[in-house]
Design a protein around this ligand. Structure first.
Ligand code: FAD
Length: 472
């Protein structure tokens, strides 16, 4: 038994989001010892579901979709009858009009007017000719979008939403990231599909149907936790990792702050899914100065969620509505009851607004009351609700929601990966753990892969031990 070779509780997992829990789940199924430590009072990380007086909502609606059959089966088998298929319905709200999302050419032309559409197409053609004469130097998101879609298109569809989401000028966002992730940048892909490429491959990320647990996305993490615990391993919440002790590029133990009680845990293997910047600060002794400098230049975009509970059966028939315009302070809303009827009590609904923010900025520092008032006022201006229909509210601040891909991030990450790669028993995984734009499927996949790497390592050690015993 592998467990006997390494001793019980050999793998320590930092962070109980999808990546950490998936790793713990796979190691548990392989009968290896695992302890997951999560700083929050519940598991799930970014993919958790908040329960508030009979209402449920995710931290921004989370749909599960993957092109990988194995991962799809993994989630379906885990969730069984809890999982439902949901019809995707989303719109873009812009210039006081609704545009289909993904954009449809006819709808987009009607919305923008024929002359603006002609300008977009002419500008696009001019940019293509320019590119033929001189290969474009695409350094920033702005460079990339302008050279691929034309400036008019960039100004209308990309600039406002991108700057709202990322909080920095498009000229400072890395083109390398956007070129790889264009289909992940929701509005961008919709625009591309509407005007330029209308083939099935391009609309793959806009599937009309996605998977969703009836009681919210957080149930996936709950189920992983349940199975880890059923395998006699543990998932400890309210347990913040504060220090990582190592010597000779080998991690020996972690120090955990569990409700102001400090505990040291030893382990053989360590998986970290906590933000990579935090991990580096916790290493004891500290990493070299150049690594700390690189880490200090990696930033995350944070998120504030304002949910308002409404005394009406349904407000919209949409899953998401994107709001690029700067005059509305939030970037997206969703109505959880349209995802699953179980997300709100009978006859009531809930709207969840996402404010993209930096920790400590004007939005982040607003009081909960102010944020609720701003949300209600804007929803009323957009004619979604009447103020008197609001029966309750909840505000949450979510740090490290999005890795921010500023120009130069790749080189900084490479330097950090190289340093961390030198550790014999420390594995980084997950979205903020690796500073990658991972969706849930990628986060789960990265956790599974990390666990498999450890299982393989254990098997090799097992074989070596058997061979040694045989010789002696
Ligand atoms: C607004 C929004 C909408 C999204 N929508 C979708 C969607 O529709 N579909 C999709 O597939 N993906 C979506 N995603 C992405 C998805 O949320 C992530 O890919 C996934 O949740 C990442 O999981 P993770 O485990 O890698 O990271 P995390 O969820 O960040 O987990 C890391 C965990 O580490 C914990 N932690 C941090 N510090 C410590 C410490 N010192 N000690 C112990 N624990 C610590 C954190 O509390 C957290 O639980 C969305 C993300 C956002 C922000």
């Amino acid at each position: 038994m592998l467990d006997q070779i390494l001793g019980k509780n050999t793998t320590i997992i930092l962070g109980g989001g999808l990546a950490g829990l998936s790793a713990g789940y796979v190691l548990t199924k392989a009968e290896l010892g695992v302890k997951v430590f999560e700083s929050d009072s519940t598991v799930g990380g970014l993919s958790k579901t908040i329960i508030h007086d009979g209402f449920r909502f995710d931290l921004g609606g989370h749909r599960f979709f993957t092109k990988d059959r194995e991962l799809n089966n993994f989630v379906k088998e885990l969730m069984r009858e809890e999982i439902i298929s949901v019809q995707r319905k989303s719109k873009i709200y812009m210039r006081n009009k609704y545009f289909d999302y993904p954009l449809k050419p006819f709808n987009a032309i009607l919305g923008l007017g024929v002359s603006t559409t002609m300008e977009i197409l002419a500008d696009y053609a001019a940019e293509k000719i320019k590119n033929l004469i001189r290969k474009p130097q695409n350094i920033s998101l702005e460079d990339w979008v302008v050279s691929n879609f034309g400036r008019k298109m960039f100004n209308i569809y990309f600039r406002e939403y991108s700057e709202k989401v990322w909080g920095i000028d498009c000229s400072r966002i890395s083109a390398e990231w956007v070129a790889r992730r264009i289909r992940g940048l929701s509005l961008a892909s919709a625009v591309k599909n509407a005007f330029f490429k209308l083939n099935a491959k391009d609309v793959a990320s806009h599937v009309d149907v996605f998977l969703y647990p009836q009681l919210g996305i957080g149930r996936i993490s709950d189920r992983l936790k349940e199975d880890i615990e059923a395998g006699n391993n543990s998932v400890l919440t309210d347990s913040r990792i504060e220090r990582i002790n190592h010597s000779d590029f080998k991690v020996e133990s972690v120090v955990i702050n569990s409700r102001e009680r400090f505990v040291t845990e030893n382990g053989m293997e360590f998986i970290s899914s906590i933000p990579i910047t935090k991990l580096l600060k916790m290493l004891h002794p500290a990493p070299p100065e150049n690594i700390l400098t690189a880490a200090s230049q990696l930033r995350f975009r944070d998120l504030v969620i304002a949910a308002v509970m409404i005394n009406r059966k349904r407000v919209t028939d949409q899953t998401w509505i994107y709001i690029p315009e700067q005059k509305v302070p939030f970037g997206r809303i969703h109505e959880p009851a349209n995802w699953s009827g179980k997300m709100a009590p009978e006859g009531k609904s809930i709207l969840v607004a996402e404010f993209f923010s930096f920790k400590g900025d004007r939005i982040w520092n607003k009081s909960d009351e102010e944020l609720t008032a701003v949300t209600v006022e804007n929803l009323e201006n957009m004619k979604f609700i009447k103020k008197h229909e609001v029966i309750d509210s909840a505000v949450l601040r979510v740090p490290n929601a999005y890795p921010l891909f500023e120009i130069g991030y790749r080189e900084r990450c490479d330097e950090i990966y190289e340093y961390l790669g030198g550790f014999k028993n420390l594995h980084i995984t997950g979205r903020s753990g690796m500073f990658r734009y991972y969706n849930m499927d990628h986060a789960i996949e990265s956790g599974i892969k990390t666990a498999k790497k450890i299982i393989k390592k254990c098997r090799i050690q097992d074989e070596e031990k058997k061979a040694e015993n045989h010789v002696s």
